[in-house]
Design a protein around this ligand. Structure first.
Ligand SMILES: O=C(O)CC1=CCC(=O)O1
Length: 92
């Protein structure tokens, strides 16, 4: 199942720089693991915003929920999920 996910990151202004850096490093490692195993095939920055559009390819809503809530940045994100179905005119 494919899902389009928008993540807006809102780090608190008073979060110490070293803690912010550590969380971002963990986020990068976590996301790259999921990209390598094929469950996070697209990760795109929204130009001009601390936000991304991602596509996840997972088995179920429950699997997506688990992946998202394990994001190191999850406590600091607003997340919007759109489930995708095949378009009848798509040739892919
Ligand atoms: O920077 C972001 O948009 C948040 C994020 C998701 C995966 C990652 O490495 O950073």
């Amino acid at each position: 199942m494919l899902y389009l996910v928008r993540m807006d990151v809102n780090l608190p202004a008073n979060l110490p720089e070293d803690q912010a850096t550590a969380i971002k490093e963990k986020e990068k490692a976590y996301s790259q693991g999921l990209q390598r195993d094929g469950r996070w095939p697209h990760l795109w920055r929204v130009v001009g915003q601390y936000a991304n559009y991602s596509v996840f390819d997972v088995e179920s809503n429950d699997e997506l929920q688990e992946l998202l809530q394990n994001l190191p940045l999850f406590p600091y994100m607003d997340i919007e999920v759109t489930a995708l179905a095949k378009h009848p005119s798509s040739i892919s």
